[in-house]
Each structure stands twice: as structure tokens, then as C-alpha cells.
Ligand binder design. Sequence first.
Ligand SMILES: NC(=O)c1ccc[n+]([C@@H]2O[C@H](COP(=O)([O-])OP(=O)(O)OC[C@H]3O[C@@H](n4cnc5c(N)ncnc54)[C@H](OP(=O)(O)O)[C@@H]3O)[C@@H](O)[C@H]2O)c1
Length: 316
Amino acid sequence: MKAVVHERYGPPEVQELREVARPEPAEDELLVRVRATTVNQTDCHRRAAKQVFWRFLEGFLRPKQQILGTEFAGEVEAVGSAVTGFRPGERVFGWGWNAAAHAEYLCVRESALVVHMPDGMPFEEAAAICDGAYQGLAALRVANVGAGTRLVVYGASGSLGTAAVQFARHLGAHVTAVCTAKDVELVLSLGADEVVDYLREDFTRNGQVYDVVVDAVGKYAYTKCRRSLRPGGIYVATDRLRNLFLRYWTRWFDSRTVVFQAEYPTRDDLLFYKSLIEAGEYRAVVDRTYPLEDVVEATRYVESWQKTGNVVLTVA
Ligand SMILES: NC(=O)c1ccc[n+]([C@@H]2O[C@H](COP(=O)([O-])OP(=O)(O)OC[C@H]3O[C@@H](n4cnc5c(N)ncnc54)[C@H](OP(=O)(O)O)[C@@H]3O)[C@@H](O)[C@H]2O)c1
């Protein structure tokens, strides 16, 4: 089968489309024919491994996991003898840190993060459900966002941001979305109550006070946000190691708190996303779609930090 392989860390060009052995499903696994996957910031961090943190996770000298791709949608090609909940031909989507979804086929345990696709959904959209959704939901959960919470989603047009806006609306929060003019209509359609264009206005200087700020793109520091958080307010970080230090500092020495969003999804989470999609309350926003063989170009676009929602790879 064809797969995108990177044998060393480096720029997008270290990725190559190659012929590799097709995986064989164990007795408790499904063999999935991948129809669509994504290039997300997690893939980029892992491939570039610029910070030593990523070398701890991925291997110091060379990547242990040489096929990336955490999200997938496709058709069940075959099932192991002990699999009872899936049959060949069924359409599924899922997520896995080592899913190795940048390939024509992958194997996944029946008990892992794989569920049936929402009816009528194209593979391109189903592949893009999980990464933004799990991070967006985790960001709201860690800050106890609920009905009436006055919330800012900074970077509301990204994968995590578009997900956070939709879940926040579902939870009944009052959402101020921060993005640029090109995405105002989009974030309003996703449920934002107010939109601030960060190129024209600094939301921390508009006189408003918020309960929670989610920095969905890791680009607005806590020290700048602090003035627009009420005492007891929470800043949710999604990136930057300095926030791990601030998490402890603010807990002991500050009247506002920094928390870090870091939580993997569960199977129940995937079923929750699916139920919201079927109820018309959630959608995965897809920006550009590339064929698998254009993975380098797709990756360059993701690393431009200008994508709106998600970037999808289709697998012929
Ligand atoms: N904690 C974890 O487990 C984990 C895992 C993976 C990724 N992450 C982090 O999660 C964050 C979100 O990832 P993502 O995939 O959602 O990002 P993304 O989709 O790639 O973000 C792109 C969006 O960010 C906006 N943006 C870029 N620069 C901005 C700025 N200075 N101010 C405001 N908006 C800006 C862009 O809008 P414009 O073009 O309009 O500026 C674009 O829509 C990242 O920080 C990533 O590193 C965390």
C-alpha cells in the first residue's frame, strides 16, 4: 500500500509517499481502508520535533512512529475473528495518536477510538471531526465552561477554535470570538455571540471583563489577557511550555489561574461529537482538501498558521 513516511525529523519535505507493507488486522482489530485523513498541528509538531519535549515523546534521534496522521475516515475492509461491532463495508471515523492514517490502510482495535460515521456525511468532513473537537472540548471542560460563562475564544477560526465556539454555544456560554474579518461570517454561523477582529481591535482593551479566555492558537500570552479576566477568571493555554510554569505560579500567587488543556478523547467523546453532528449542532470546518500525494504542500499550508478549520488529505 502507499503511505507517507518520514524517517527523520525536519521540514515538510522529509515526508515521502512510499510503498510499504499493508498491516494485517489482529483478531480484535478492524482493517480500515482510509478515504480521508488530515494534516494537523499535532502532525507538524511531531514531524518537526523542534522542542526537546517532542524528542522525548517521539524518539531522540529518529521518529519511532514514521507514518503520521491521527484522524481518519474510511470503510471497514476486513475484521478480525473476535470483532463483533463492525462489519466489512461499514463507514467509520476515528482518532489515535499512532493511528498512522497517512496511508491507504490502517488497523485499529475495536475497543479503541473508532465509531460509525454520521449518516450522509462525506469522508472529507468525517476525517476532520476529532482533532479540533477533542482539544476544543477539553479546553472548555478544564475551565468548567457552562451556561452563562462569559468566554473569549482567541483564534476562533482554527481547528480547535471552530470546535470550541460550537461546544461553548451548546453549553450555553456567551462567546466572544477573536479572528480576522475573513472569518467573521463563519464564526457567527458556528454560534459566536460577538466577534472581534484582532487586526483592528485588542479585545483586552474593550472594557469588557470575561470569566474564561481560551487561547486556541497559542498566540496571545496570559500576561496580556490578565487585565480582561475577572478575579477568579481562567486562562486556558493550548500551547507554549511557559504556560506549564504559569499554571503553578498563578495557582499560588495570582487571583486568576492559568490551566493547560491536555486530555485525550474517549470513545464516549466520539459518540458525543457524532450525536451533536446528527442533531445539527456541530460540524467539522474544512478549509482545503489535497490528495495524499500532495502531503508536503498540505503541510506547508498548515504550517502557515492561516488555515480556517481543518486541512484534509483524500486517499484515492
Ligand atoms: N495541547 C495539545 O494536545 C495540542 C495538540 C496539538 C496542537 N495543539 C495546539 O493547539 C493550538 C490550535 O491548533 P489548531 O490546529 O486549532 O490551529 P490552526 O487551525 O492551525 O490555527 C490556524 C488559525 O489560527 C489563526 N491565527 C493565526 N495567527 C493568529 C494570531 N496571531 N491571532 C489570532 N489568530 C491567529 C488563523 O486565523 P487568521 O489567518 O485569520 O489569522 C487560523 O485560522 C495550537 O497552538 C497547537 O499547537 C495543542
